[in-house]
Design a protein around this ligand. Structure first.
Ligand SMILES: *[C@@H]1O[C@H](CO)[C@@H](O)[C@H](O)[C@H]1NC(C)=O
Ligand SMILES: *[C@@H]1O[C@H](CO)[C@@H](O)[C@H](O)[C@H]1NC(C)=O
Length: 810
């Protein structure tokens, strides 16, 4: 246990930010002071309260001491008047006033006072401090910026002790550190800004202490070098450590080259680290020393240093300083990249032993497995923002991994049932392009060390592409694509979940370790095709919403309204072009966009230009909302939204996926028509990429469908027969309620020879077709709604089918 009060010698850099301590505290330049002076002059009661006599304040006016460009020589009274500050209680306005004059005063103010006349304020602060101290008018007083707490949560007593400092404020040194920063990859702007701010204020850093771990200061052995000061160059040591310590960290190991610590003199180190150093006087064999130098030259510079963001203002900045100090002329040895990460939250809260919100690495691995843990950590966050490890997410992640492996096994077991032949349907091509695009994106994310993003594009979205493919590929997934997917998924996920991926790699029958496999090569990406698939998904989504809205009960005042029957049909209208008024508006926007380098003028300008177009007269109310919508889409989706025509054939995309759309909406039929064939209302509501849909219920006559075959699990059911139905459409309808029917071509639809008595006779085992006639796929069903009768037009004959049909499945 540490004692309650820990005594520390505290680093002076806390103090340097406070500056000289010389600030103006006079009514001419300090808003607080002029406000107070005015108050006390104005209010007699206030003077009495503090026992101040009139003659002490009333005759006095502020005396100019500093001239600030734009503020004159009495900046504080001026700013207080400008901001209409009434009294010293106007705290917020006073803070604003201070902000204004202090900064400008410091950087631009010119002294008016004798002895310093004409000099800049920022140049005289130090001399004035010195003068005041010498005259005994001031004394140096230092205090930490804020209360200092030790890591054991004890309050620290701070003392300024005699010390050695590293002068990070040295102009030339600082300038070189800045140069190193310029070529440093920081992966995000925030880290760079943090570095810049640090280099800006960094001054002397106390580098010695009296106790603890560390190396003695060579020229003043009573001091130890404080660890933040010399540890920032240790990467250079790493490059040769294995040849000196033999892989043993505690210093007890034998050097593989037989080198003793005392042989590592300054000259020997210089030889290793500096190409231009002469061969030193030493009894270490030449080839050994050259080996050490080669090793250093091979590994240096440091490609990337990964560390917590809290180390940017100290450790990582010193790291830059120390490298440029060691190799001032050899920027090939300077740090190449720093990746700073945030802290890790657990379940959205700070980790803390005292609250129990705590998880050690080994507990986490026991709980979530190595790969589950790695997945959750990758997903926890990428930037300097704090990452968040959420246990429920980790659980969900494991489940995803499990589902994925199970799916791989299922595909391997069922590979012979997957489709073969050419893989060139719409959805095959979309899936292929989406895989390629996923590989490229994931590659970029890994390169930028954005693991959450890599996980998103390389696992979550990659899987979503597969799920979409599975859903849309009515004709079945293609075997080659499925196995290509599994292989690529395994490779993309391998950096994050290596164990699991090694396992699926084995399932695929690959010989050799996944660790030796190459990154997958992406094929071509058809962006237009991918967008047409997005269009399909959006349209399907939109149709589902519209269907839901259609089925809501109509709003009626009586409140007894019934919801409409589920529609059976839908007509989707697609537009080849925009309605004329939209076409005009869009053309105008497109013209501006092109001539203005991608910037659209103000809405006011657009409105007046559009107002001048005669064809828009009737539509003025709708034009500006349309423009607003286009502007919004432009921001989201880029200049494509200004195109007057779609880049793909909307109708063809929907036609290719008609079965999927019909099934997923549980409709009988979807027709796709051009809006130009529809009435004006539809024409107005429809534009390229935004189809318009109309649902309707077609009436039907209910007929029983019976299955006389024994022991096959098929059942009797009722279906609605509609005007114009065919054998095929009825079988399709049957298959929707009878999920046992997979292959529609195996279904035989029959009618009774005697529609009245037929259904009432007992079926004869083994002679299920007796007394029945096949319904050919050429015949057409006609219905009579009033009498609820169905007839069949077959080869020019019209026959009554009664109320029952028969189906057989072979
Ligand atoms: C301060 O400014 C006023 C107005 O410009 C001027 O008349 C006056 O001489 C100045 N005082 C000093 C000390 O510069
Ligand atoms: C319709 O019947 C003809 C012969 O009558 C056949 O060639 C064709 O494949 C059938 N179509 C369907 C979809 O069953």
């Amino acid at each position: 246990m540490l004692t309650k009060k820990t005594i520390l010698c505290i680093v002076v850099s806390f103090l340097s930010v406070l500056g000289t301590g010389v600030v103006t505290s006079v009514p001419s330049d300090a808003p607080d002071d002029i406000a107070a002076l005015r108050d006390i002059k104005k209010k007699q009661a206030l003077r009495e309260k503090y026992g101040i006599e009139d003659k002490m304040v009333l005759p006095f006016e502020p005396i100019p001491i500093i001239e600030i460009p734009g503020y004159g020589n009495l900046s504080a009274p001026l700013v207080c008047d400008e901001l209409k500050i009434q009294s010293q209680n106007d705290k917020e306005k006073l803070a604003e006033a201070k902000e204004k004059v202090y900064l400008k005063g410091f950087y631009e103010g010119i002294m008016l006072v004798e002895g310093y006349k004409g000099q800049k304020v920022q140049d005289v602060k130090k001399p004035i401090q010195k003068m005041m101290v010498e005259r005994g008018e001031a004394m140096i007083y230092m205090e930490p910026e804020k209360q200092v707490m030790s890591r054991s949560a004890d309050e620290c007593v701070v003392a300024l002790c005699d010390q050695w400092y590293l002068d990070y404020g040295d102009a030339e040194w600082k300038q070189q550190a800045n140069e190193a920063l310029k070529s440093l990859e920081t992966f995000c702007e925030e880290t760079r800004r943090n570095f810049e701010a640090t280099l800006d204020w960094l001054q002397e850093h106390a580098c010695s202490r009296t106790y603890g771990l560390g190396t003695r200061l060579p020229w003043d052995e009573q001091w130890l070098i404080e660890s933040l000061s010399d540890s920032t160059i240790y990467m250079a040591y790493y490059t040769v450590a294995h040849l000196l310590q033999g892989g043993v960290l505690n210093g007890q190991g034998e050097s593989p080259l037989g080198i003793k610590p005392e042989q590592m003199t300054r000259e020997v180190w210089d030889f290793i680290f500096f190409k231009t150093s002469p061969f030193p006087k030493t009894n270490i064999p030449k080839e050994h020393l050259q080996r050490l130098r080669r090793e250093f030259e091979y590994w240096y510079p440091v490609d990337v240093r990964v560390s917590g963001k809290d180390l940017v203002p100290n450790h990582l900045s010193y790291y830059l300083y120390n490298h440029v100090a060691m190799w001032p002329k050899d920027n090939g040895k300077w740090p190449q990249a720093v990746r700073a990460n945030g802290h890790l939250l657990l379940n959205s809260e700070k980790m803390s032993k005292s609250t129990g919100n705590f998880l050690t690495l080994s507990q986490a691995i026991d709980k979530f497995s190595a790969d589950g843990m790695r997945l959750a950590l990758a997903d926890a966050g990428d930037t300097v923002e704090d990452a968040n490890f959420v246990e429920t997410m980790a659980d969900a992640g494991i489940l995803r991994l499990y589902t994925w492996v199970e799916w791989v096994k299922e595909m391997i077991a069922n590979q012979n049932n997957l489709r073969t032949g050419p893989a060139d349907t719409f959805n095959d091509r979309v899936f292929s392009s989406e895989m390629n695009s996923g590989i490229l994106k994931t590659e970029q994310h890994y390169e930028r060390m954005m693991y959450k993003e890599a996980l998103k594009s390389g696992f979550f979205e990659f899987q979503a592409a597969k799920d979409k493919y599975r859903e849309l590929a009515i004709e079945g997934m293609h075997r080659d694509l499925v196995f290509q997917f599994i292989e690529r998924q395994t490779l993309l996920l391998a950096p994050i979940c290596p164990h699991l991926c090694e396992y699926t790699w084995g399932l695929l029958g690959k010989t050799g370790s996944l660790m030796k496999a190459s990154w997958p090569v992406a094929g071509p990406v058809d962006e237009v095709l991918i967008r047409s698939s997005q269009y399909l998904m959006e349209t399907a989504h939109d149709l589902r919403l519209r269907l839901k809205a259609y089925m809501l009960p109509p709003k009626s005042k009586k409140g007894d309204s019934k919801p409409p029957a589920k529609p059976s049909h839908c007509t989707i209208y697609v537009a080849k072009s925009y309605p004329p008024w939209q076409h005009s508006a869009l053309s105008l926007l497109g013209k501006h966009y092109k001539t203005n380098n991608g910037v659209l003028p103000d809405n006011k300008v657009i409105a007046s230009e559009l107002g001048a177009l005669p064809e828009l007269k009737k539509y003025m109310k709708r034009v500006m909302p349309f423009v607003a919508m286009i502007k919004e889409n432009l921001e989201k989706n880029g200049p494509r939204v200004l195109d007057l025509e779609l880049e793909f054939d909307e109708r063809a995309v929907l036609m290719e996926n008609l079965v999927y759309l019909t099934n997923s909406l549980e409709l009988e039929q979807i027709d796709i028509l051009f809006a130009s064939e529809a009435d004006d209302k539809v024409k107005e509501d429809c534009c390229p990429g935004k189809p318009f849909s109309v649902f309707r219920s077609e009436p039907g006559v209910s007929v029983s469908l019976v299955n006389p075959q024994p022991c096959n699990g098929m059942f009797s059911t009722k279906v609605d027969i509609r005007q114009g139905d065919s054998r095929d459409s009825i079988v399709r309808r049957l298959a929707k309620v009878n999920r046992l029917i997979k292959d529609l071509s195996r279904v035989k639809l029959m009618r009774y020879e005697d529609p009245l008595l037929g259904p009432r006779r007992l079926p004869v085992l083994g002679q299920e077709e007796q007394g029945k006639l096949l319904i050919s796929n050429k015949s057409v069903f006609n219905i009579n709604l009033e009498e609820k009768k169905v007839t069949l037009a077959d080869n020019g004959l019209t026959v009554d089918i009664g109320d029952t049909l028969v189906y057989l499945v072979h």
